[in-house]
Design a protein around this ligand. Structure first.
Ligand code: UD1
Length: 421
């Protein structure tokens, strides 16, 4: 086991490049199973969730090869396995995409129930509802999701909530179904558009991704193609917030500023300066940090995946900030850890009241999930003295080379084996 050691108090200064989007990568890798050709995925982030999925694909018989400079070649033309019950699948949440992809390709799928970050019950009933509407029978036996269909036929599906996972999963199962599928109340996150664009490059016919109605006209076969993954909205936001909390001055490169608008607006409310370039954002922290109200929402609202990092910033705000988490029921588990750094946060259901304190002080803390880990890093960068963060494996799931990137910005951060384990 490894931990991070951070000596806080240094403003972040310089440039940081954003990697490919985790949540697009974990959808696009399984989507390649729908193809009978060779897919090349560029700008693939070097993160553990992607490694786990590639491992799963290889175990199922796909040929995967890193072709250098962040590209991944996937050739699933000879695949005949529709079962996935490996550790690599059980570990991550996004393995649910294997269900949609395998169902689309083979009309059957057996996939271990997804694991991943635990912040609420995270059901997949909307995914299942979609598969069933397309003609599949879906059951859960011995921890496996088992889906089968004699034929997949296009259907009209209205999602009860704009679920990111269900939208992408149904889209994947529908591209090789007969006829037309309409997904209403679809989620609109950038990685949904990215996955649809990837499928279209392979020959699919998906229209409307990025709006709340997606129309998929089934095709008989998907071929190969090359596609470049979009920059990671959440990674970019994490560095923006880190610049703000440290009173730093950074340029975030390889970013789509449009995807960052909710974050940019909120950072400006806290007093930070943000300048939008074509594919860069300049962020300068300011003092005092103003309190702000934050409500997480589906895209284009403020992303739930940046809520913990934003709370970290608000712990040093002047006065009380009110944060409402509307997407996940239980996404404040990190608060107890963050309190070790000296912040004043009260949680009541979906609401957190963050009373700003004049300073944070370093402590031993534990990452409870991916974004919780990122939030602890953000807070530690501003805390006086040394912070030790254990459970770094969570951070590795979704951030490429976070230590290297922060060191290049002048942070005093290092990674070491934890002695007593
Ligand atoms: C995805 C992201 C995750 C992000 C989340 C919200 C990936 C791999 N993960 O997760 O990083 O935090 O979107 O932006 O892209 N729900 C149901 N039934 C379902 C599906 C969802 O009740 O069948 C509920 C969930 O419990 C949650 C809400 O809907 O309360 C949103 O979940 P969803 O958008 O599906 O999130 P994920 O796909 O799990």
């Amino acid at each position: 086991m490894e931990h991070l050691k951070i000596v806080g108090g240094r403003p972040l200064v310089g440039s940081v490049g954003v990697s490919g989007a985790k949540n697009a990568a974990v959808a696009i890798i399984p989507a390649a199973l729908l193809s009978r050709g060779v897919c090349v995925i560029d700008n693939l982030p070097d993160i553990e969730d992607a490694v786990s999925l590639v491992d799963a694909l290889e175990k199922m018989g796909a040929r995967c090869e890193r072709t250098g400079s962040g590209a991944l070649m996937i050739d699933a033309s000879g695949l005949s396995e529709y079962r996935a019950n490996f550790d690599s699948v059980r570990r991550i949440r996004a393995s649910y995409y294997l269900i949609g992809a395998l169902l689309g390709r083979f009309r059957q799928a057996e996939v271990a129930l997804p694991g991943g970050c635990n912040f609420g019950s995270r059901p997949i009933d909307q995914h299942i509802k979609g598969f069933e509407a397309l003609g599949a029978t879906v059951g859960i036996e011995h921890g496996m999701v088992i889906a089968r269909a004699d034929r997949l036929r296009g259907a009209h599906i209205y999602l009860d909530m704009a679920s990111v996972g269900a939208t992408i999963n149904i889209m994947m199962a529908a591209v090789l179904a007969e006829g037309r599928t309409v997904i209403e109340n679809a989620a609109k996150e950038p990685h949904i558009v990215d996955t649809a664009n990837f499928l279209n490059i392979l020959g699919a016919d998906v229209k409307g991704a990025g709006t709340d109605t997606i129309r998929v006209s089934g095709v008989e076969r998907l071929g190969g193609g090359e596609y470049t993954i979009i920059p990671d909205q959440i990674e970019a936001g994490t560095y923006m917030i880190a610049a703000a909390i440290t009173g730093g001055d950074i340029t975030v490169g390889n970013v789509i500023p449009k995807h960052m608008e909710s974050v940019t607006a909120k950072l400006r409310e806290t007093g930070a300066f943000v300048h939008e370039g074509d594919d860069t954002l300049i962020v300068r922290g300011a003092r005092p940090i103003h309190a702000a109200s934050v409500k997480t929402m589906y895209y284009p609202g403020f992303p739930t995946d940046l809520q913990p990092q934003m709370v970290a910033l608000l712990t040093l705000g002047q006065g009380a900030s009110y944060v409402t988490e509307t997407v996940f029921e239980n996404r404040y588990q990190y608060v107890n850890e963050m309190k070790r750094l000296g912040c004043d946060i009260t949680v009541d259901g979906r609401m957190a009241v963050v009373n700003g304190v004049p300073r944070l002080t370093g402590a031993h803390v534990t990452a409870t999930d991916l974004r919780a880990g990122a939030a602890l890093v953000v807070a530690a960068l501003a805390a006086e003295g040394e912070t030790f963060i254990s459970n770094v494996k969570y951070i590795d799931r979704g951030y490429e080379n976070m230590v290297g990137k922060l060191r290049a910005l002048g942070a005093d951060i290092s990674r070491a084996a934890t002695a007593d384990e």
